[in-house]
Design a protein around this ligand. Structure first.
Ligand code: HEC
Length: 500
């Protein structure tokens, strides 16, 4: 049985020179950790995009190798060493390709932060361990006594690869991706199957529907029109217009029902255009509930109703059940995700020495970002740590920070940003154009910066800008007057302006 290196390739690797080559690769991988490239080559960026596919090859190969060694160890199947050699060579080759493609993806600037660091460190360790494993194998090929060293290197590579893969998964899917649904297993809400007589109209049917279709704008946290669906009591409180949302027994006098029934074309129709309306079955059940009294503990089947009504309601309920299940599920999931996000941001705020608070006035789970007092340093590196969360900020106030024009590129990705306060920063204005894609940016304050006339012209492109503060900048009066002409709705203040 050929158990020694035979052909050219095998003999080449068996020579000490191959070890030198392997060492060079290990150093290269280590080096990546310390070089930060700013990639602009479309080819390399494309290779980077393939990383999530390529990475599965080395993972599987490294695992197969472990299985092969375990099978041999327990004398179940014995493999020729040359087979192991080729598997190992392929595994290392794909590991290297994976690491380099991953590096290109990283260099695109799309990923940053703590998880990215962990994933990157893991990859470097996996790569180096992989190279070591191959080196040890080459020794062991001619010297059986080195088996243990090789075997442990292989086991370590497997552990490192699993760790790296897991961190990579967290990076793309968000932390706790694997365990996301586990806490919901405990929630009876998802598994209950009550009998008809114990189903309550409000808590089992109406509430989940309102929660799914109205709570985005009408909750305790964000009660548009001073109306909330968060609790039964809230439905009975007078709202902004002075009308009562729910009147017992009287659907036609209940504002919440009337709003739902309005023609879609009216702006008063609820939910507003673009959001999913209630479907017919939901409307029938809502009306039935209010007619029956609109009470908290109203059973689905009612002795005062005729048999045919009860049959009809049961039928409707059965038809609606899949939708209701989905609503309950989504409500539970949203609550869980909101809580998770809040926890992550709390930790981040402490780490980064900034203040992150919930923006109660905004729709959805939104936050404001501001400096501590007195302000801790805040520059590009801290901004990069926020990359996974850019979409959650509505108001940002980083007065006297070290941010400059290049950083506006990142801020330009805060797609829900409404207010931005950057007084006393290093801005000169060339980066302002990156903010022109922010559809909701209403207030911009660049007082006490070096923003100049040229930059002011870029503001013409800003779709929603309403207030601009330019006190003590390099702008001139003439240009401000010209800008005002282009954008009559924009208020340009020659004062320092607020921050928070
Ligand atoms: C996308 C946000 C949004 C959603 C979703 C939404 N609403 Fe509204 N709603 C508003 C806003 C904004 C107002 C205040 C302006 C107005 O009166 O039209 C309002 C006002 C109301 C009012 C009047 C409050 C008052 O007295 O002024 C009622 C009642 C109402 N909504 C019911 C509902 C119901 C029921 C649903 C779910 C089927 C719903 N809304 C879904 C945004 C929303």
């Amino acid at each position: 049985m050929p158990n020694k290196p035979q052909n050219k390739l095998e003999l080449f690797f068996a020579k000490p020179t191959s070890l030198l080559i392997l060492a060079v690769f290990a150093l290269l991988i280590l080096g990546l950790r310390y070089i930060t490239l700013n990639l602009e080559s479309p080819l390399l960026l494309t290779i980077g995009r393939f990383h999530p596919i390529i990475l599965h090859f080395p993972l599987v190969l490294i695992m197969i190798l472990l299985v092969v060694e375990l099978l041999s160890l327990f004398k179940l199947i014995t493999f020729e060493k040359s087979v192991v050699f080729y598997l190992l060579l392929l595994a290392i080759l794909f590991t290297l390709i994976s690491i380099f493609s991953g590096y290109f993806l990283f260099a695109s600037g799309e990923y940053a932060g703590f998880l990215m660091d962990q994933h990157f460190n893991g990859a470097v360790i996996t790569g180096c361990l992989g190279v070591l494993t191959l080196a040890f194998f080459l020794y062991y090929w001619t010297n059986e006594r080195l088996y243990t060293v090789y075997f442990f290197a292989l086991v370590s590579t497997n552990i490192a690869a699993l760790y790296t893969g897991h961190q990579g998964g967290n990076l793309t899917h968000g932390q706790n991706y694997l365990t996301e649904y586990l806490p919901m297993l405990k929630k009876e809400i998802l598994t209950d199957s009550k009998s008809d007589s114990s189903i309550y109209l409000y808590e089992d049917i109406i509430q989940p529907v309102l929660e799914a279709k109205c709570a985005g704008c009408h909750s305790t946290l964000r009660a548009k029109g001073d109306f909330s669906v968060s609790s039964f009591k809230d439905l009975l409180k007078k709202s902004e217009s002075g009308k009562v949302p729910l009147k017992h027994y009287l659907p036609q006098e209940s504002e919440l029902f009337l709003r739902i029934m309005m023609p879609d074309s009216l702006s008063d129709h609820m939910p507003p255009a673009g959001k999913t309306s209630l479907d017919e079955k939901e409307i029938v059940l809502l009306k039935y509930w209010i007619e029956k009294g609109g009470n908290l503990k109203q059973s689905v089947l009612d002795s005062t109703s005729s048999d045919s009504t009860n049959t009809q309601i049961t039928l409707l309920l059965n038809q609606l059940e899949p939708a209701l299940k989905k609503y309950r599920f989504n409500v539970a999931k949203t609550a869980l995700n909101d809580q998770k996000l809040e926890e992550e941001l709390e930790t981040l705020a402490i780490d980064m020495e900034v203040v992150i608070k919930r923006d109660d006035k905004a729709e959805g789970n939104m936050y404001t970002l501001s400096s501590t007092f007195p302000p801790a340093p805040f520059g590009s590196e801290k901004l990069a740590q926020l990359k996974p969360y850019l979409g959650v900020f509505t108001k940002v106030s980083l007065v006297s920070s070290q941010l400059d024009d290049a950083d506006l590129y990142v801020i330009g990705q805060m797609k829900n940003l409404e207010e931005l306060y950057l007084q006393k920063t290093k801005l000169k204005g060339s980066g302002l154009i990156h903010l022109s894609q922010l559809k909701s940016l209403k207030i911009l304050n660049v007082s006490f910066t070096n923003v100049d006339d040229k930059a002011l012209f870029d503001l013409i492109e800003f779709p929603a800008l309403k207030q601009l503060y330019t006190y003590s900048t390099k702008t001139t009066k003439d240009v401000i007057i010209a800008l005002q002409k282009y954008k009559p709705a924009l208020k340009i203040h020659a004062e320092e302006g607020p921050y928070f």
